[in-house]
Design a protein around this ligand. Structure first.
Ligand code: PBG
Length: 326
């Protein structure tokens, strides 16, 4: 059967018809809003390469949490800018640090808001790598205990979900056993299972102060050329007890999102990272793109590819735009 019997345009004729046959719908409840927690009071420090994103003290983080709930965004993910850094990143599991304080403040005021924490050392190490350094290399096995302690400190503060983003081998198992040993058997792990060594993280590293002081992250983050390897990482994290998975970045990796979705039945998140956000903001500022339409189209493509939830700096704006459209 073909033209003129078949005419795909019949179903595109009116807005009502288009809406009736639409396959994918983006909703505020799909979003997770990333927040950068810093020590102090009433701090709201803009990040030059990420317009609209700030380093925020706990009081201001609480305000953001409230706004997310008001907009129908169910979850936030917290990153931290610590007061001090050292070789081992020990401030990552300091209960007095900004992330732990922000978690407990958010949970105290808004128990229904889901608070996810990023578990990594790169914001806390003096060298900016995601693990311990021995003989100039990022050491895998000795890093696991530090990551487990970090996840545990987040769970103790009240985190609903911990999300390791370091890409060390065996971290999901190490975190699971530390959580279980201390009674946090019900705290889920959202694993950044598939995280590529990407240039799209540039603005984030300014925001979080986590630029590696030497070398790069290619010995632990994945080669952007690989898809089969993504499935290997996923299988490993499943075996270690991950409850949810993430693919990161999102926009240049839609095929990976699709492949991971087909390979597992776990909830799947996609991270619309800092560089993807900054590109749109910069082009919009120059008047070269329609920011709203481009951002919504990007987020929609991630959901269509198979993401169940999307971590995005656009979360609040997108929630407003979606409301305007409906
Ligand atoms: C920490 C971490 C990074 C991001 C999330 N967690 C940076 C990195 O790996 O260098 C990037 C997020 C973004 O670019 O928005 N390991």
């Amino acid at each position: 059967m073909n033209f003129p019997i078949v005419r795909p345009r019949r179903l595109r004729k009116t807005a009502a018809l288009r809406s009736f046959v639409r396959e994918t719908e983006l909703l505020p409840r799909d979003f997770v809003y990333p927040l950068f927690a810093i020590n102090g009071k009433n701090v709201k420090k803009p990040i030059a390469s990420m317009p609209g994103v700030y380093q925020l003290s706990v009081d201001n983080i609480v305000r953001e949490g409230e706004e997310c709930l008001r907009l129908g965004i169910p979850a936030v993910i917290l990153f931290g800018i610590p007061a001090s850094k050292d070789e081992k990143g020990t401030s990552a599991f300091d209960p007095a640090e900004a992330v732990q304080q922000a978690v407990s403040a958010l949970k105290r005021q808004f128990p229904e808001l889901l608070v996810i924490t990023d578990v990594c050392l790169c914001e806390y190490t003096s060298h900016g790598h995601c693990g311990l350094i021995t003989a100039g290399e990022v050491e895998n096995d000795l890093t696991l205990n530090l990551l487990a302690q970090t996840a545990l400190s987040h769970a103790r503060a009240g985190a609903d979900i911990v999300a390791p983003s370091d890409m060390m081998d065996g971290r999901v198992a190490a975190i699971r056993s530390a959580l279980d040993e201390h009674g946090f058997v019900q705290t889920p792990i959202m694993s950044y299972a598939v995280k590529y060594a990407s240039a799209f993280y540039g603005p984030f590293r300014d925001a979080a102060g986590s630029v590696p002081q030497f070398g790069d992250r290619r010995s632990y983050q994945m080669d952007p050329a690989n898809c089969r390897e993504a499935l290997k990482e996923v299988a490993q994290d499943l075996a270690e007890g991950a409850d949810m998975l993430m693919v990161k970045p999102a926009l240049a990796y839609l095929d990976i999102i699709r492949a991971v979705k087909a390979a597992t039945n776990l909830p799947l998140a996609a991270y619309n990272v800092s560089g993807e956000y900054a590109m749109v903001k910069a082009a919009a500022e120059k008047g070269w793109l329609d920011e709203k339409r481009v951002a919504l189209e990007m987020l929609l493509s991630m959901k269509r590819a198979g993401a169940d939830m999307i971590l995005t700096y656009f979360a609040k704006e997108a929630a407003v735009w979606l409301k305007e459209e409906s």
